[in-house]
Write a protein that binds this ligand. Structure first.
Ligand code: GLA
Length: 385
């Protein structure tokens, strides 16, 4: 090849590089993810139409989410052989969720987890909340965020496929003060993540604790329970509870207890140990203090199912994570594809503020004032090995 040919090659290469560069800078990048799709999912008893949105990435991960309660109804992730499997518990139809669901896959709020006695005092005013759990308030009350029809806007760009959910919770709803403007955004990213971001503002001082209540079984529908899953929790400490699962206020070390998951341990190894805390929870149902600085995204948990090879990492900006081992599931709920959800069929890793924080000045504050913005982020990241 002569010099001229070499030069022409260089010119051609430069030209194609320039074209690629220009393509990369276009205002609408080429989608790598498949844009989300949606379809009808039924109507609430009040006649409000509810939809089902599917977010996908380029690696076979797929999340199906309804704007009723922001519920993730299915989450499909490939196993180590590349076989897809739905790794969350739930129902096939909207009726299943309306009939009574233990918060399967839902957004929970205004206050995820419990507030003792369903009341709290804020700046001298006492507030009476809806009591729905042995005299305590659980997961926002009788009609919490898990039962609200959210406004939904799907979106997609080069690296993610998303769904933005928005609602305004009226001043006094379920007893909580302040008109709360809330946005929860779900994204499925090309890094095999389900990313959830929360944003809220209020017009009166209030308390707020938002979480996602997915029940995971990384084996897909193959395994009856999660006792063989190996769990790591990035926590030296947890908040012990009383018999009604209200924190005592103590922040205890996990050292030498069945709550030490600092090295990955099968969940079933110690779940039936002779331990008062485990008796109160009928298994694990406790808040762990996530290591590191609240407000920064850091690893809180890692779960692995040795059979399928699927792993899930949970990263969060929240101060705590509730590990609930599905102890109240008793086989009476028939879920997707006719599956019976028996004792400990799924596990929850609910990133959150500590339960009952309004009654514990030593816990990180859940107070939100007018002019402040509540922001929070949690990532469930999947792989298979
Ligand atoms: C949370 C609570 C549990 C239980 C479930 C829903 O995880 O901590 O005690 O109420 O929700 O059944």
């Amino acid at each position: 090849m002569g010099d001229g040919g070499f030069q022409m090659n260089v010119q051609a290469t430069l030209l194609s590089a320039a074209i690629l560069l220009l393509a990369g800078c276009r205002s609408e990048p080429q989608p790598m993810t498949t844009p989300s799709s949606d379809r009808a999912f039924g109507k609430t008893p009040e006649g409000v139409e509810v939809r089902l949105y599917t977010l996908r990435n380029a690696h076979g991960m797929r999340a199906t989410i309804t704007n009723f309660g922001g519920i993730v109804t299915s989450l499909v992730v490939p196993d180590r052989a590349g076989r897809p499997g739905d790794i969350v518990l739930g129902f096939d139809s909207l009726e299943g969720y309306l009939r009574g669901s233990p918060y399967f896959g839902a957004i929970v709020g205004r206050y995820a987890n419990r507030i003792a006695g369903a009341r709290f005092t804020l700046e001298g005013t006492s507030h009476r909340l809806a009591a729905n759990d042995h005299g305590n308030a659980l997961h926002g009350g009788v009609r919490g965020f898990d039962k609200v029809v959210w406004d939904a806007i799907p979106f997609a760009d080069s690296t993610r496929s998303g769904l933005r959910l928005h609602q305004v919770s009226a001043d006094g709803e379920e007893g909580y003060p302040g008109r709360l403007d809330v946005t929860v955004t779900y994204e499925v990213t090309d890094a095999n993540e389900l990313r959830i971001t929360y944003h809220a503002t209020t017009d009166k001082a209030t308390v707020l604790n938002l979480s996602h209540h997915g029940y995971f079984n990384l084996a897909g529908r193959a395994a009856p329970d999660i006792l063989g899953h190996e769990l790591l929790l990035a926590a030296d400490r947890y908040t012990p509870v009383d018999a009604s699962l209200i924190p005592t206020g103590e922040i205890a070390s996990v050292d030498g207890t069945p709550f030490d998951f600092r090295t990955a341990t099968p969940i079933g190894d110690r779940i039936d140990a002779d331990d008062r805390q485990l008796r109160y929870g009928k298994g694990y149902d406790h808040n762990f203090v996530v290591l590191g600085t609240p407000g920064t995204l850091r690893l809180a948990a890692r779960v692995r199912d040795p059979e399928s090879g699927r792993t899930m990492e949970v990263l969060t900006t929240e101060p705590g994570i509730q590990f609930y081992s599905g102890n109240f599931l008793d086989g009476t709920l028939v879920g997707k594809g006719g599956a019976t959800y028996g004792h400990r069929a799924g596990l929850c890793l609910e990133t959150q503020h500590f339960p009952d924080s309004p009654h514990h000045a030593a816990f990180p504050t859940t107070l939100l004032r007018p002019g402040q913005a509540f922001r929070s982020e949690t990532i469930y990241r999947f792989a298979a090995q």
